[in-house]
Design a protein around this ligand. Structure first.
Ligand SMILES: [Zn+2]
Length: 221
């Protein structure tokens, strides 16, 4: 067998393997900065147990197949797609204190700050949790956009990148969002802002009354 034939066979095999993902896509990203504080309550150094702030960047990533382009050569007008994400980041996340829902310092903060601007999390607001719940939020808002504008279905939210510092970032990439064990568990346990299409929502309620008691005492050590 000649090397030319081998090369042709290898090329055909490679082509066949890539056919199921044959659609070439455009990737659309929207990146917004927000200033916010957080702290951890579990197993961490004093630097992360102390409330502190970061300049965060939250990048939403969508994919649109190249076949989705309209006669104007656009998948969708940018303004429609980024409006809710921008509102969520600038009006809900910005200048907030992202906190564990049962952080023991909350009563003092609420007592001292009548306009306390908290964003509650089901656990410590790690960058991983921020990325996955912000992705869930992006998806909730996108589903609402599809209800108002069916053409938005051509775009699919695929990832959120949270940059906590110039050198650290976490990407939550939804390869199998419907089967996400993490988000399914949180959906079963909570009714919360990340499932709400309203970009200004910031509620978090336990679905089971027993969960309102917060974490086990051992988690507060
Ligand atoms: Zn931090």
């Amino acid at each position: 067998m000649t090397s030319l034939t081998l090369r042709k066979r290898a090329k055909r095999a490679l082509s066949a393997r890539s056919e199921p993902q044959a659609a070439n896509v455009f990737e659309l990203t929207f990146n917004y900065r927000f200033e916010a504080a957080h702290r951890f309550t579990n197993s961490c150094a004093e630097s992360c147990a102390t409330p502190h702030g970061h300049t965060w960047y939250a990048k939403a990533i969508f994919e649109a197949p190249e076949t989705s382009l309209g006669s104007d050569d656009m998948a969708l007008e940018f303004a429609h797609l980024k409006r809710a994400w921008k509102t969520f980041i600038q009006e809900t996340a910005d200048h907030s204190f992202m906190h564990h829902h049962a952080d023991p310092i909350l009563p003092a903060l609420r007592a001292a700050i009548p306009l306390f601007r908290g964003l509650p999390f089901p656990g410590d607001p790690t960058t991983e949790l921020v990325a996955s719940l912000f992705f869930s939020k992006l998806r909730s808002m996108h589903e609402e956009l599809i209800r108002k504008m069916p053409s938005a279905r051509a775009l699919r939210p695929v990832a959120v990148v949270i940059r906590e510092t110039p050198t650290n970032s976490i990407t939550y990439r939804a390869r199998h969002f419907e089967s996400s064990t993490l988000l399914k568990r949180y959906a079963a346990e909570w009714r919360a802002w990340w499932q709400d299409s309203d970009p200004t929502a910031r509620h978090l309620e336990a679905t089971k009354p027993t969960m309102k008691a917060g974490r086990k005492s051992s988690a507060r050590q």
